[in-house]
Ligand binder design. Structure first.
Ligand SMILES: Nc1ncnc2c1ncn2[C@@H]1O[C@H](COP(=O)(O)OP(=O)(O)O)[C@@H](O)[C@H]1O
Ligand SMILES: [Mg+2]
Length: 346
């Protein structure tokens, strides 16, 4: 593979929240390189740190949280060191934009859809008057809103959930960001709309050359969209690889567990397997591998020492003692070995 330079490089990021004198370490040394033009999916159960990790790229952590270690290099600057809102305003929305699960949180109910897109265009691109209005209408058309000139004059409540999410994406894309972070953008929408929004994001990305981070708790959603997948558990990235690596050659037992609950693997009439147990309490210090108590394949050392990353291939790494040369041989569950044939024809 050719050497590629990352567009954003997070290294050993630690994020801590303070709650009434107690500290919760939400992100525990996460390193991630993001490459230009790719779609990277971040997957993991609710509470694993997907939102917190990526919000730190645009300075949107809640007030009681801060980056307590590591660096985030973007355009030659360590943005993890930013403390002033004026610094973040040069990046947030403009170079790195984020779309959230609930489109209503991003829209102003009192302003027309058109005005809201137009404002962003005027603010970020310095275009005014009829010109910005024209661009806003074009943007609505680009995100698949029919009759955009009339829809321009309507208010958010006159749009359906799926259409509102399209508008939010239009607002994000109107600044031509280099990186678009989509944080569970379809979780609140029904399945058909979900597929349409995914298509939309994919098309916009191709057309505009954006780099996309797609966050979801549902691994099934990303099979057809992601170039690479990062799996998150209890504030750590436990496995990172190409979509091929993660779907067909997963090495971490947590990734196995996620894959086992894919609807594609379900037998008719049988409930899908769920992952037993609960993630650790992040207020406590975690000893060993955070997944060990829920891991059927855990080794003794898992309860003693946190594993390092093992490189499976130049594109693929996983943080599990099972990959240590001294570990007993442990194969992926049978059902996962059948994944390739089961995913065919989708
Ligand atoms: N403002 C906050 N104060 C305290 N804890 C927080 C705050 N925001 C998030 N957390 C905690 O950080 C962890 C990661 O949260 P989050 O990134 O939202 O998870 P995900 O997006 O993967 O569902 C969770 O344990 C959550 O409770
Ligand atoms: Mg989240």
């Amino acid at each position: 593979m050719e050497e590629r330079k990352p567009i954003l490089s997070a290294k050993d990021i630690e994020i801590t929240f303070s709650m009434r004198g107690r500290y919760l370490k939400a992100i525990r040394k996460c390193s991630l390189d993001l490459y230009e033009g790719e779609t990277l999916a971040i997957v993991g159960e609710s509470g694993s740190g997907k939102s917190v990790f990526t919000k730190s790229f645009i300075g949107m952590l809640d007030n009681n949280g801060s980056i307590t270690g590591g660096s985030i290099m973007f355009e030659g600057v360590d943005i993890a060191k930013y403390t002033k809102e004026s610094d973040w305003l040069k990046i947030r929305g403009k170079k790195i934009a984020m779309v959230f699960q609930d489109p209503m949180t991003s829209l102003n109910p009192l302003k027309t859809i058109g005005e809201q897109i137009r404002e962003v265009i005027e603010l970020h691109q310095g275009i005014k008057g009829e010109e910005s209005k024209k661009m806003a209408i074009e943007m609505l058309e680009k995100v698949g809103i029919t009759d955009p000139a009339n829809r321009y004059k309507q208010y958010p409540h006159e749009f359906s959930g799926g259409m509102r999410q399209r508008v939010v994406i239009a607002i994000a894309a109107a600044c031509f960001p280099k990186i678009l972070i989509c944080d569970e953008p379809t979780t609140a929408l029904d399945v058909t709309i979900q597929a349409q929004i995914l298509d939309l994001i994919r098309n916009l990305q191709k057309e505009m050359g954006m780099t996309v981070i797609y966050i979801t708790h549902d691994l099934g959603v990303v099979a057809n969209v992601a170039d690479r997948v990062a799996v998150m558990y209890a504030g750590e990235l436990v496995e990172v690889g190409t979509a091929e690596d993660i779907f067909y050659d997963a090495r971490h037992p947590y990734t196995w567990a996620l894959l086992s609950s894919l609807p594609q693997l379900g037998e008719k009439g049988q409930p899908l397997p769920t992952i037993e147990g609960t993630p650790p309490n992040l207020y406590n210090d975690i000893v060993g591998d955070a997944f060990a108590p829920r891991n059927k394949h855990a080794l003794r050392i898992d309860f003693i020492e946190n594993p390092p990353y093992f490189e499976v291939s130049p594109t693929h790494k996983a943080k599990t003692w099972l990959l240590d040369p001294r570990a007993p041989k442990c194969e992926a569950p049978k059902v996962i070995q059948q994944l390739r044939s089961k995913m065919k024809g989708r």
